[in-house]
Design a protein around this ligand. Structure first.
Ligand code: ZN
Ligand code: ZN
Length: 327
């Protein structure tokens, strides 16, 4: 089968013919229809996230069709459409797994990182970690929901009841989260790279009440902010923008160093936290909610062999919405 393979970090992916994976107990063999390109893929390919399996097939926002099942993969039938997310497997026995925090599992496996992912014609996945995709979504449109949507939703939930919500970095996750936030009657303030009028226009079109440069303070204090951009400098900026008791949620897996800042910015019970991975419960909740909003994803379509170009456009901030490899 054809796949885009990472031999080692820091170099372009290679289009290769590799053996078809075979499914073991509990796993599904899935014919990939679409796989979205996530910023995390970029962090893996660039080597900012270390510890990837090598060689690796990246990609963890996969929509496809079950073509074969291993023993005990009872959750799905052959022919079913499935979504495969970042959380590929958890141990089920560590203290985190046993307390509803499987996103923090001590021995997790992640799709497109420590397991081969969806930049390929076929992939295998543990059936218990796959999701059913609501019928209203086409394959390409559904793919970004599997990470940008799910982890964006988890980030949004971490802001509690915040009404005035800042979002820093208006890419794949933000454009989905903004729709959910608006549905929940929150007011979204979108911050983009200075001068990125296209992203600011997208934010307004999705219901943001204000959009501007990340260097500009918001017109009124925020109750909470989510930072999706991998830019540590935004943490003190966002802390300055939230009110007393406000919360700043860092929604990405990697961020450049956070500069030191005066304690005054944290004073008055402001908090900073990160969001790590997802739980299966997040996925079930999000896929119930998404069609009701309804969350629509804006995608740019690429062929499998164009994965490097999609990653490059993501790196350069040239995408509006999410890039999706359509097979
Ligand atoms: Zn565990
Ligand atoms: Zn992701």
């Amino acid at each position: 089968m054809k796949a885009m393979v990472m031999d080692k970090p820091g170099q372009p992916l290679r289009l290769a013919d590799i053996p078809m994976p075979s499914c073991r107990a509990g796993q599904l063999l899935v014919k990939v229809h679409a796989c979205a390109v996530c910023r995390t893929d970029l962090h893996v390919v660039d080597g900012e996230l270390t510890g990837a399996k090598l060689p690796l097939v990246p990609g963890h926002e996969i929509v496809g069709e079950v073509v074969e099942k291993g023993e005990d993969a009872d959750e799905f039938e052959i022919g079913d459409r499935v979504g495969i997310p970042w959380l590929g497997w958890t141990c089920g026995t560590c203290q985190y797994c046993k307390s509803g925090q499987e996103n923090l599992c001590d021995r997790p496996k992640f799709t497109g990182y420590t397991l081969d992912g969806g930049y390929a014609e076929y992939t295998v996945a543990y059936a218990g970690f796959c999701f059913r995709i609501p019928k209203m979504y086409g394959d390409a449109e559904a793919a970004p929901l599997l990470c940008a949507g799910l982890i964006g939703y988890r980030s949004l939930r971490m802001t509690g009841e915040a009404q005035r919500l800042g979002i820093y970095g208006f890419g794949a996750a933000a454009h989905l989260v903004a729709q959910v936030a608006r549905y929940q009657a929150r007011r979204v303030f979108a911050f983009t790279r200075p001068g990125d009028r296209a992203a600011q226009g997208l934010a307004i079109s999705l219901g943001a009440v204000w959009a501007g440069d990340s260097t500009t303070p918001p017109p009124e204090p925020l109750d909470a902010a989510i930072i999706f951009a991998p830019v540590g400098d935004l943490v003190p900026i966002a802390l300055r923008a939230v009110r007393k008791g406000g919360r700043v949620v860092c929604g990405g897996i990697h961020m450049s160093d956070i500069p030191s800042f005066p304690y005054e910015l944290l004073w008055h019970e402001k908090t900073v936290c990160s969001v790590a991975n997802l739980t299966r419960q997040d996925g079930l909740e999000f896929f119930q909610l998404a069609p009701r909003v309804p969350v629509r994803s804006k995608v740019e379509i690429y062929q499998l062999a164009e994965a490097n170009r999609a990653l490059e456009n993501l790196r350069a901030g040239r995408l509006q919405g999410a890039a999706v490899l359509l097979l």
